[in-house]
Design a binder for this molecule. Structure first.
Ligand code: TYM
Length: 326
């Protein structure tokens, strides 16, 4: 029996190379080893205001990008969260077993709510419990995510263990899997902030950026006043560019430093542009092919949901039985 992998991505903003290097690339690379489920989390997206028509377009776009990045519908399921009602229903039940104190510790909520102030919804606060429901519905063994989602997966483990302690073995307790390199790709203009969908476009290389955009953004990327091209965490700008170079080329750090021994930052930026443009080219071409007929993505998503709905319903039925509902 293969181990079950579950992970998710929000259909908000544009998908960027942080999402790709921290998560999507790993999902695609290891899919033959596991039994995989990847979810486009539109219920999470509405925890902050969304334009309805845009949300629909983005949901399909993100799914298209996952397929284009090499996730194969023969080996992995991709589905849309709101297509399976059990996610919302299990969230309610788990809410009743999740202490407020645990939720108040969630750093992502603290950061997001600072930005949103009075607009903050109950949904945004509850976001990690919806994530726990996503993961626990499918008897997940491993959750591959970037660094920023680690705390949420740890909360999921705590919620599962607490429920199991009260009602007996019900949920499988998942492990969080964080890549050794690339778990936190930083922004280009401000390399002390993580690259994120909600930041300005100069901070972020999007998967669908044109070669000209990619070049312009790397050339403007913030570095420092030193000269040596080295993996040095004390120099976040140059270190981040080198990590991106490392992940797109697959070269070792010593080889990379040797390659730039007598070269400067401008050379690194030029070569980095070349490898990223070449790396994203095939993905962009596949994306254009796949989306030429939007109904194709819709039917893959419908098939995905149909395939795994019984797993979610079985878990939910067991949970309701345990709790005494129905
Ligand atoms: P989301 O949509 O913000 O991001 C999708 C994935 O990309 C990773 N990521 C990054 N990795 C490296 N560097 C970055 N700068 C960077 N930015 C984002 C994220 O860690 C994530 O793995 N709450 C989740 C979606 C979700 C989920 C789930 C994930 C919902 N339910 C269940 C796992 C399991 C989110 O908003 O990801």
């Amino acid at each position: 029996m293969k181990k079950r992998v579950f992970s998710g991505i929000q259909p908000t903003g544009d998908i960027h190379i942080g999402n790709y290097l921290g998560a999507i690339q790993h999902w695609a690379a290891s899919q033959s080893e596991f039994d995989n489920i990847f979810c486009v989390v539109d219920l999470h997206a509405i925890t902050v205001p969304q334009e309805p028509a845009v949300l629909k377009v983005k949901t399909r776009e993100v799914a298209g990008l996952l397929f284009a990045a090499g996730i194969d519908p023969e080996q992995s399921v991709i589905f849309v969260q709101s297509h399976i009602e059990a996610h919302a229903e299990l969230t309610w039940i788990l809410n009743c077993f999740t202490p407020m104190g645990w939720m108040r510790r969630m750093t992502q909520f603290k950061e997001k709510s600072l930005k949103q102030k009075a607009e903050v919804s109950v949904g945004l606060f509850d976001y990690p419990v919806l994530m726990a429901a996503d993961i626990l519905l499918y008897n997940t063994d491993a959750v591959p995510v970037g660094e920023d989602q680690k705390q949420h997966v740890e909360l999921t483990r705590d919620v599962a263990q607490r429920f199991n302690a009260i009602y007996g073995e019900t949920f499988r307790v998942p492990a969080v899997v964080i890549p050794e390199v690339g778990a936190r790709i930083m922004g280009l203009e401000d390399p002390t902030q993580k690259m994120s969908k909600s930041e300005s476009s100069g901070q972020t290389i999007y998967l669908l950026d044109s070669p000209d955009d990619i070049r312009a953004k790397f050339m403007r990327a913030t570095t420092d006043s030193l000269r040596e091209v080295r993996f040095d965490e004390a120099r976040p700008g140059i270190c981040n560019l080198l990590v991106i170079y490392e992940l797109f080329t697959g070269l070792g750090r010593t080889d990379i430093e040797a390659r730039f021994e007598r070269k400067g930052y401008a050379d690194l930026k030029r070569e980095l542009t070349e490898v990223v443009v070449a790396g994203l080219g095939p993905l962009q071409a596949r994306y254009r092919e796949l989306t030429a007929d939007p109904s194709h993505i819709d039917s893959l998503l419908a098939e995905g949901a149909a395939k795994i709905r019984p797993v979610a319903e079985k878990t939910l039925a067991l949970v309701k039985e345990r709790v005494g509902l129905g």
